[in-house]
Design a protein around this ligand. Sequence first.
Ligand code: FES
Length: 127
Amino acid sequence: MYTEKVMDHFMNPRNVGEIVQADGIGEVGNAKCGDIMRIYLKVDNDIITDIKFKTFGCGAAIATSSMVTDLAKGKSVKEAEQITNKMVAEALGGLPPIKMHCSNLAADALREAINDYQSKKESEQDE
Ligand code: FES
């Protein structure tokens, strides 16, 4: 029921871990299943130079976290903002319909982390 890509990202997730002095952190939870995902960003000159995740969740949530970090790494913050759950699911070769909601977590956590980065940046500029 899962594509080879999903299984690969589930068995060998990329970018697992945390960034101690992250420039942005996003955390989202799924009320339905109780899964939690956290994404950490390191940003340099508006480019996402490093990104890591920690996910307490199902296999599809882990595979989508892994894929979203792969997609966002090296991109500008603006480009990364455009990443949608659909793009993540497509990059994995599709997800079973019942698991589509898991990919929302990944895109949402990335967006939260970007929002956090942007609000930190704005407050630095205000100082
Ligand atoms: Fe919770 Fe997949 S079942 S994110």
